[in-house]
Ligand binder design. Structure first.
Ligand code: SAM
Length: 245
């Protein structure tokens, strides 16, 4: 997959080639990352890319000319995503959709944002990484590139499979433990040491449902649960009501 990043701060991305799953994705050729400096396309002598907001108001706006020219310079770029606090909030489902695209462009704003005509004419979709305002799109792009990289074929090993993770299935992931089995007197649940696959499966399912109920009840949809899941869910709810969990 190819991701082209349009930015005023390409240096914000340079460490990526040594970072975790992005490094792996780049190394195996699953990801091709192109950084485009928007300023290189400014047609004026001073390479100025911003200007005052028509109608007044604080801050500067990224001017249309460098952005139109930078985008026009890309041959067959794929869909153009503008990182924006006004976009739909990024989800794991959205990352799955993005990773299935052959190429995408991530357009990063700065200052007060970009001229509306760029959004109207050149942007296919706006994506936000949350209901708060950052100073630029770069950190949001980093989030997207990292989220996509680990989903690309061959990046995660089968033991690191993403299918069991939070926000992929119906529930958040179960609690996890590693060695030692006893750390400062804190014991790992015995069932996990038993080697009994069915009991471990049941323990994990219980842990997933409990985690979700306690941390993100808004994600639960009883109508989507299997009989077994619903039974565990009702049992945990009763325990919580009794103050037992
Ligand atoms: N004035 C804009 C507004 O109120 O909608 C905010 C501009 S913000 C200071 C500058 C740039 O940061 C934006 O153009 C956008 O690219 C990026 N940005 C800020 N918050 C973001 C968020 N939550 N998600 C994605 N990008 C964001």
């Amino acid at each position: 997959m190819k991701i082209t990043v349009l930015t005023l701060f390409p240096e914000a991305f340079t460490w990526l080639k040594n970072y975790s799953m992005i490094q792996r994705a780049l190394e195996i050729g699953a990801l091709d990352l192109e950084l485009v400096q928007i300023r290189d396309f400014a047609a004026n002598k001073y390479k100025k890319v911003d200007d005052y907001s028509f109608g007044g108001g604080p801050g500067m706006v990224m001017a249309p000319q460098p952005l139109f020219d930078a985008l026009d310079s890309l041959e067959d770029p794929g869909r153009v995503y503008y990182l924006s606090p006004q976009g739909k909030t990024l989800t794991q489902d959205k990352l799955f959709q993005l990773k299935s695209e052959e190429k995408i462009v991530l357009l990063n704003g700065h200052y007060e944002g970009i001229d509306q005509r760029v959004i109207d004419q050149k942007v296919d979709e706006e994506i936000s990484i949350g209901d708060y305002v950052l100073s630029g799109g770069e950190i949001a792009s980093l989030v997207i590139i990292d989220g996509i990289s680990r989903l690309l074929d061959g990046v995660l090993t089968s033991s690191e499979n993403y299918m069991d993770e939070s926000h992929v299935g119906k529930f958040l992931e179960n609690a996890q433990y590693t060695r030692p089995a006893n750390f400062r007197g804190l014991e790992v649940p015995e069932v996990l040491l038993s080697g009994h696959h069915e009991n471990i499966r049941k323990f994990r399912l219980h842990s997933k449902i409990k985690n979700t109920l306690e941390k993100r009840p808004d994600l639960l949809d009883e109508s989507m649960m299997t009989q077994e899941e619903r039974a565990i869910y009702n049992e945990i709810k009763k325990e919580i009501e009794k103050g037992g969990l």
